[in-house]
Design a protein around this ligand. Sequence first.
Ligand code: FPP
Length: 255
Amino acid sequence: MHDLATKTDGGPPKPLRPPELSPEQLPQHVGLVMDGNGRWAQQRGMPRTEGHRRGEAALFEVVEGCLEVGIPYLSAFAFSTENWRRTPDEVRFLLGYSRNVLRRRRDELHARGVRIRWAGRRTRLWRSVLRELDAAAELTAHNTRMTLTLCVNYGARAELADAMATLAQRVVAGELDPKAITEDTIAAALYQPDVPDVDLFLRTSGEQRLSNFLLWQSAYAELVFVDTLFPDFDRVALWDAVVKYATRRRRYGAA
Ligand code: FPP
């Protein structure tokens, strides 16, 4: 975390103060793909896992940046339903690390007024990770300053498939008329139905893909891709992306 008044990065000093934007100019919900941890480590001759460790610090920088500028919802892609394809060692590391981060950081997040939530599929996810996610969610359930959704064992298509299965069960049980299914019915069956749509979809590391993250919720999101590898990302870089967002004109299909 920065305790200096400015950050230089080799370039001109940048103030460590959030941009002054009105609530209407700010994204209410930022969807964050924390990409580039592995490359960051490999470029330095370190194991990929070291990149994920540095990614933790970057994530907490982003949380601070959201708190300071006033963004109420942040969803971070920590482990995808596709990440099971990584080596067993890296899968073990990522899941064990997520569990430990939750255990180590939940009190600090609670003290900052952050509500922790989880979005993902239970199937296959370690019980110990689920336990920590549930404990953190319970501890912070009444916090209102900001909501941090950790997407662990999350995939947007899996989320939609699960929502469809829930609706199909309700149809079979005679509780739901298929003709009554609307966009709102589907949205209400998602993992975190009360979290608003994504306004700013942010991905680091120069990759310009959605990678199955919050697809339904990002239907009208502004996409911002930055070249910085995630371990080098910080609150100032977040604010730069937010300023970029604020200059975009959102039309939602209107002329
Ligand atoms: C993507 O980089 C990053 C991940 C798959 C894991 C993100 C995890 C953290 C930031 C650790 C903190 C976790 C929690 C739950 C708070 P990559 O490995 O795909 O990088 P690459 O594209 O350079 O290979």
